[in-house]
Ligand binder design. Structure first.
Ligand SMILES: [Zn+2]
Length: 434
């Protein structure tokens, strides 16, 4: 473990630390951030109303729109001059979401990423092939500094130029791969095309995050690279990658670093806090961040927390794999559908490759969904075979989610490949509105 004392802290000790840090965070944000002060005023609460951890439920949520409304620096609790770094995530509409870090924040982030990498199985001296995008996106630099903090030999390759990535992994003998799961799949496919056997490389672990993925996708990646595929979680509004990570011992649920983040799960519709163990929207509060403290940030990620002891000895609660972001949830003819549900079914389906896109259109007043998925290389290409596969997929999706869909089989290579975050949904419903 990177920080044994912190990672194995007893529950009561951990909660006492959380309460202490939460009081400090709220008092500081109240003093330094005018929009924060106004928000508490509107909710009728004051910092001194927080006496126990449960009292946090009386405090208002923060949502992504708060960051946009105070663009770019309005929620910062320190003068802009004391920031050492800015990151931003691209918004689909309008301005990006801007986050900032003091020196202490960058230090904390490196520590938490080092902790996460060690938790996922990395050891000092390993070589990390870091294929997360470098730049405004937090993935590349987050992994980079955490890996250096842990003592890994870090290869800052970023995304793209996939043939060169395969060559470098081979030449340097990478032990750990950091990438989005969809890009890792792209790397595997390019390697196969080059005749390179990834399974023969010294790779031991893949650290995959930044987009929702499924257990069948995990098995697919483990098979193709002969690695353990690990899940890591984070979001730039909270700190970036390194909020939670799976341990390689259990590979079941991601330890959420509770000495620095307070976690709650709420009903996304009513915003009522849910009892431990029930599935709902993850809400996070930062406990130690200086530049951008976040109070009850609604992540939109749907998960479930478990507290049972873990074989690795860590005491921090685990969050189960995020199956979808409520923003990604599609509503097709009134039925909720997450792209990851479709993925879980398509990946590993005989005759299909794990490359797919969901295309939404409107047929008169009705939503229509088409699944475009590739035939596996080497699968029969005759019409009866294709018709049978398409019918099987249609029947299973209908049985699973209750929605009828069209299935279009594509030739190998026809579905666009991920260079970072995969585009799983093409929503054309506005475009062809009558
Ligand atoms: Zn564990």
């Amino acid at each position: 473990m990177f920080d044994r004392a912190a990672e194995t802290m007893a529950r009561d000790e951990l909660e006492a630390l959380q309460l202490h840090r939460l009081k400090q965070t709220i008092a500081r944000a109240y003093a330094q951030v005018p929009p924060f002060r106004r928000k508490l005023g509107a909710a009728g609460v004051r910092p001194e109303d927080l006496k126990t951890l449960a009292d946090v439920a009386r405090f208002p949520f923060t949502v992504k729109a708060d960051l946009r409304d105070n663009f770019p620096f309005g929620l910062f609790a320190v003068p802009r001059e004391s920031l050492l770094r800015l990151h931003a995530s691209s918004g689909t509409t309008g301005k990006p979401t801007v986050v900032g870090y003091t020196g202490a924040d960058l230090d904390l982030w490196s520590d938490l990423m080092a902790r996460s990498l060690a938790c996922m199985g990395a050891k000092p001296g390993d070589i990390l092939h870091n294929a997360y995008g470098y730049g405004l996106f937090t993935g590349g630099l987050g992994f980079h500094y955490g890996a250096e903090r842990l003592g890994l030999t870090t290869v800052p390759v970023s995304g793209g130029a996939t043939e060169r990535q395969v060559m470098l992994m081979q030449d340097f003998g990478a032990h750990i791969l950091g990438a989005t799961p969809s890009y890792a799949l792209n790397i595997a496919e390019v390697a196969a095309g080059m005749g390179v056997d990834l399974r023969a490389l010294p790779l031991r672990y893949g650290c995959f995050g930044a987009e929702p993925w499924s257990d069948p996708m995990r098995r697919e990646l483990e098979e193709k690279f002969a690695i353990k595929a690990m899940d890591i979680y984070g979001l730039s509004e909270i700190i970036g990658p390194g909020v939670a990570s799976e341990c390689h011992q259990a590979q079941h649920g991601l330890h959420l670093w509770e000495d620095h983040f307070l976690c709650e799960v709420i009903d996304p519709d009513t915003t009522t806090p849910l009892p431990l163990g029930e599935a709902g929207e993850l809400v996070l509060t930062t406990l130690t961040k200086e530049a951008l403290p976040m109070l009850r940030y609604r992540t939109r990620d749907i998960t479930r927390l478990i507290e049972e002891p873990c074989v690795c000895g860590r005491t921090h609660r685990r969050m189960l794999r995020v199956t979808g972001r409520s923003d990604d949830m599609l509503i097709i003819r009134g039925v909720n559908l997450y792209p990851s549900q479709v993925e879980a079914f398509l990946v590993g389906f005989p005759g299909l490759a794990p490359h797919y896109q969901l295309v939404l259109t409107r047929d008169g007043p009705m939503d229509a969904i088409t699944i475009e998925v590739e035939l596996a290389t080497g699968a029969p290409r005759d019409a009866p075979f294709a018709a049978k596969i398409a019918a099987d997929v249609r029947r299973h999706i209908k049985a699973m989610v209750g929605v009828s869909c069209d299935v279009v089989l594509k030739a190998p290579g026809e579905v666009p490949r991920s260079q970072g975050k995969a585009v799983r949904v093409k929503d054309l419903r506005q475009a062809n509105k009558p």
